[in-house]
Design a protein around this ligand. Structure first.
Ligand code: LRH
Ligand code: MN
Ligand code: MN
Length: 430
């Protein structure tokens, strides 16, 4: 039986919190009005904000060393959808789910589509998986997939991606995201150019199968599982591949896939400029791809990325329509709570970036007033937009305080009884 967050509970909790919210909202409205900003315009934009949930994020991720399964974890894609629906009930910003195949085992895609429709959820990008071997797989990906020296292994990986497109069409998705673990662990192990050529030739075959209106997103990552080199190690190789393939191919930026201190917002700007920004996997990191909760460590970096995105929106940059998605691993928290928090954290960065005084910033930039340019960004970043986020949620039927309402609902304890045997998140990342 599908368990949802009772609308009456959300309403009851919101009723208690609304008087204080109205006070804070009015105070913020007056503050923004002094800057000539109409709070209602910003709240409308906050209401429109959407970020997709990764199906694998609804389970406890764990690390390569251990996984400590949580209570009542989803055991299959249907239960992952149920948890996603709950996240959307409360956050009202996550109506799309991004599946990962074959982690998400599906016998009947039409049945799955009917189920997602019944939960009012839509499908985001399809993620293919050629970075690990599946049971009964004929050719191993131990030495790579789309760039493998073995033609048979490459063909098998191409075939899987083509199947993903077919499944995505049934689900109503319009994007295929390809991340490969291909690379090398020893200097000299791999001929860099030849490996990249093999990858490009394979990707061309996948690209040729893309339906009209679809996009192919290429995700780069500089390390892991290959620790010396990866075939698509950074945004340079990524954009080269996307340019080589054609206009339907774009780059995807996963925040955790860069070396520490890399200026990700500038990469975002470059990709926007050349119409190659496909989308994001939001998360935070301290050391590498540690997939921490979005905005938990570097909220200013996240804001600066949104500053570029809102700037592109403001300039009506042609071909700008990136996908937003979370991609993080929850080791010690309830994944539902982390995903609710993270969606709101990314939404917060977006809303704060909407407050940047862009004409003033342009003036400071043209006059080389570095200090005031920086202060202009900081003024927006330091504005506490919590009342806008809460009001946007409340107006759409979500929760003013989603974590509190989620805990009140006792959803996790209820599903724990219905899901006695945790199948984990199916990610194999343990
Ligand atoms: C690789 C990655 C990629 C995968 C996901 C599970 O590190 O970010 O997006 O599909 O993790
Ligand atoms: Mn990712
Ligand atoms: Mn990753």
């Amino acid at each position: 039986m599908t368990q949802r967050i009772d609308k009456a509970l959300i309403a009851e909790q919101n009723d208690k919190l609304m008087p204080a919210l109205l006070e804070d909202y009015d105070a913020l409205a007056r503050k923004l009005a002094r800057q000539d900003i109409d709070i209602e315009r910003i709240t409308k934009q906050a209401e429109l904000f959407q970020i997709a949930i990764p199906s694998w994020g609804t389970g406890t991720g764990g690390t390569r060393f251990a996984r400590f399964p949580g209570e009542g974890e989803p055991r299959n894609i249907f239960e992952k959808l149920e948890d996603s629906a709950v996240i959307n009930d409360l956050s009202q910003a996550t109506e799309r789910v991004s599946p990962h195949f074959p982690w998400d085992k599906v016998d009947d895609f039409k049945e799955l589509k009917q189920y997602s429709d019944s939960l009012n959820l839509k499908w985001d990008s399809i993620n293919s998986n050629t970075f690990q071997d599946q049971q009964d797989q004929q050719h191993s990906y131990k030495y790579g997939s789309l760039s493998n020296t073995s033609e048979a292994a490459r063909e098998q990986a191409i075939e899987h991606n083509v199947e993903c497109i077919k499944w995505g069409k049934i689900l109503g998705s319009k994007t295929l995201t390809v991340w490969v673990g291909d690379g090398s662990n020893h200097p000299g192990q791999q001929h860099f150019q030849h490996a990249f050529e093999r990858y490009l030739n394979s990707m061309k075959k996948i690209y040729a199968e893309l339906p009209a209106g679809w996009e192919l997103h290429i995700e780069h990552k500089m390390f892991e599982p290959a620790f010396y080199s990866t075939v698509i190690q950074d945004w340079g190789s990524n954009i080269l591949a996307a340019m080589e393939l054609g206009p339907q191919a774009k780059s995807l930026v996963d925040l955790g896939h860069h070396a520490p201190n890399v200026n990700i917002e500038m990469i975002v700007s470059r990709l926007i400029q050349f119409k190659k920004l496909g989308g994001f996997h939001f998360n935070d990191s301290k050391y590498g791809d540690d997939d921490l909760d979005s905005g938990s460590l570097h909220p200013y970096q996240q804001f600066l990325i949104f500053n570029e995105l809102v700037d592109a929106q403001y300039r009506k940059q042609e071909g700008f329509n990136p996908n937003y998605m979370l991609d993080q691993s929850h080791n010690v928290t309830d994944p539902i709570e982390s995903l609710i928090n993270s969606a709101a954290s990314v939404q917060r960065s977006y809303v704060a970036a909407l407050l940047v005084n862009r004409p003033a910033l342009t003036d400071y930039q043209l006059n080389n007033d570095a200090l005031m340019a920086s202060n202009t960004l900081k003024e927006a970043f330091h504005t506490d937009v919590t009342p806008i986020l809460a009001m946007a949620r409340a107006r759409k039927g979500g929760a003013i305080d989603p974590i509190r309402t989620y805990r009140q609902s006792a959803y996790r304890a209820t599903v724990a009884k219905q899901r006695p045997n945790s199948g984990g998140n199916g990610s194999g990342i343990v």
